[in-house]
Design a protein around this ligand. Structure first.
Ligand code: ZN
Length: 553
């Protein structure tokens, strides 16, 4: 029965209840060929992990945590766009087989905008709001800033990582996540508490219990500390963390989850690097007054294999490593924990990385690339997020954090910093014979090879933008050049100089919280030049990332 007939029947029955048809929200779509082409850019990979290392209790706990993580998927969907649930429902109910690819792409992107094609809409034609669904869609930056000017008492709540901004009776208001997403948060915390009663790992039980309570209050400090202490076989992250989805201000944290199993042997090897954090900080190419030795005294490093992921981290491009928590108070007291997702890194290396370098690198650097160098650069990228300025004093004497000072430019600058310092520090540790089995040339060749995998993500995304800055800067310095065959090659000496100089530039911007200088750097170097465009065209048919197919537990 169609909707009109249903309403008519109700009227005949004398019902006074008014039932309206669910409004169709999809009014237009990109051509089917476009959507199918986008799906081909993500190579499906069966994600594997060795379940034999887990006991029965751990398997049972994992199952419960995966259930909880699925609520995170829902929460993030709501954070991206208010209409997302309606679009998803309409696609799910559709009997048109041609709608399947649209649904698949929608689920991968967590919304109607293609994250691997500059957020181009593939359902309807509306552009993605810069502030996602964290702010009213029609709110301008000025309106937000003017509100804070007029109501300084609202500043903290408005800039909080854990509130959404809404308009009530024409006035802007901040609503805490736990109130705004009450239904989902209740379901999520119930599952986390159940998982806490199942697990026999006391550190995990403590984290899950504190995290469940934190989600109900949006005060994450204690549970972040408990997360730093996890010491069992399971490594779990669940909650609101990264602010990349908020491109309006970079304030609002997006929900995400990583459900992983620890790779103990690898983690032991990498722990050694934790002893070198002070040495790396003191080796930074900036004046001593900007160095920050109090930041990461005991920053643990873990290597894990991912079993399931959800929300922000799963949308579009898959994460190979992360560095959490972001709370500067925790970082100051306890440092941060670096988690490397080895099975994801290897899947990407095989499916996406190797095909790229085969096409664009000159013979010598190509012969010198390796998974080992790649994995170590990703590791050093994560370590480098925790190095350098965190809390800073601005020129006017105001005490703040780098993230607050650089606002919307922070994600791009911070990713650029982590990448360039990643290679800077890797070269240093190879020199010191702390990292063995890789040559400096191999590290630089692999670093160069990896750039185009990131740039292909789009330069408006923080990681891709950060890499575009590095590539163009190093080209300008002659560190990277195009050889007679049109392939990319590098100059070893100029490369090391260029890496040090750019690291210094970016660190100085962060140390001074210099927004104007950050904008200048981004405007000058975050460009797709004609050289870059040529390479990108050569890679067009290759998958740009993986689509993980998670194991059944
Ligand atoms: Zn990063």
């Amino acid at each position: 029965m169609n909707c009109a007939g249903f309403k008519f029947t109700l009227l005949l029955l004398g019902s006074i209840v008014l039932i309206s048809c669910a409004k169709r929200v999809i009014t237009s779509r990109a051509p089917l060929e476009y959507v199918e082409k986008q799906l081909k850019k993500l190579a499906p990979v069966q994600i594997e992990f060795n379940s034999a290392t887990l006991n029965e209790n751990e398997i049972k706990t994992l199952k419960k945590l995966i259930e909880a993580a699925k609520i995170i998927d829902r929460l993030f969907l709501l954070q991206v766009y208010n209409e997302n649930p309606n679009i998803q429902e309409e696609l799910l109910k559709s009997r048109n087989p041609n709608d399947k690819p649209y649904l698949e792409l929608f689920n991968i992107m967590f919304g109607p905008w293609n994250r691997i094609d500059h957020d181009r809409p593939f359902i309807n034609s509306k552009q993605k709001p810069l502030g996602a669904a964290f702010y009213p869609e029609d709110m301008t930056k000025d309106e937000f800033l003017n509100h804070i000017k007029k109501h300084p008492e609202d500043k903290e709540a408005f800039e909080s990582n854990f509130t959404v901004i809404r308009r009530k009776e024409g006035k802007l208001v901040a609503i805490p996540y736990h109130e705004y997403f009450k239904n989902e948060i209740e379901k999520l915390t119930k599952l986390l508490k159940e998982a806490a009663t199942i697990t026999t790992d006391s550190t995990l039980r403590k984290y899950l219990t504190l995290r469940a309570n934190a989600l109900l209050t949006d005060d994450y400090y204690e549970s972040d500390l408990a997360w730093m202490d996890l010491s069992g076989n399971l490594e779990v992250v669940i909650g609101p963390y990264e602010v990349y989805e908020d491109r309006l201000f970079g304030y609002k944290a997006a929900y995400e989850a990583f459900i992983c199993v620890v790779d103990k042997e690898e983690s032991e090897k990498l722990k050694i690097l934790g002893n070198y954090l002070d040495e790396l900080e003191s080796n930074l190419p900036i004046p001593d007054e900007y160095k920050n030795f109090s930041r990461g005294k005991s920053s643990p490093i873990k290597v894990v294999n991912e079993v399931f992921s959800a929300g922000d981290t799963k949308a579009g491009i898959q994460t190979t490593a992360f560095n959490l928590p972001n709370d500067e108070r925790v970082r100051k007291d306890r440092g941060s924990k670096k988690v490397m997702l080895k099975n994801i890194a290897k899947a990407k290396y095989d499916k996406c990385w190797i095909p790229i370098v085969k096409r664009i690198l000159a013979d010598k650097p190509l012969k010198n690339t390796s998974f080992d160098a790649y994995f170590n650069h990703v590791l050093m990228h994560e370590i480098s997020h925790g190095l350098g300025p965190g809390f800073i004093t601005m020129e006017n004497g105001e005490k703040t954090t780098v993230s607050k000072a650089l606002k919307d430019l922070y994600p791009t600058i911070e990713e650029c910093k982590a990448d360039i310092l990643g290679i800077y520090n890797l070269l240093y540790l190879i020199d010191k014979n702390v990292i063995k089995g890789i040559s400096k040339y191999e590290a630089m060749a692999t670093y160069l090879g990896g750039m185009y995998r990131s740039i292909r993500f789009g330069i408006n995304e923080a990681h891709g933008g950060g890499v575009a800055i590095q590539f163009n800067y190093l080209m300008e310095k002659g560190a990277i050049f195009v050889d007679d065959n049109g392939k990319l090659d590098l100059n070893e000496t100029k490369m090391q100089e260029g890496i040090r100089d750019l690291a210094k530039k970016v660190l100085t911007i962060e140390a001074k919280g210099n927004y104007a200088e950050a904008r200048r750097l981004i405007e000058k170097y975050r460009q797709i030049t004609s050289i870059m465009d040529n390479y990108l065209k050569m890679l067009e048919d290759l998958p740009i990332d993986i689509k993980p197919i998670y194991p059944k537990i």
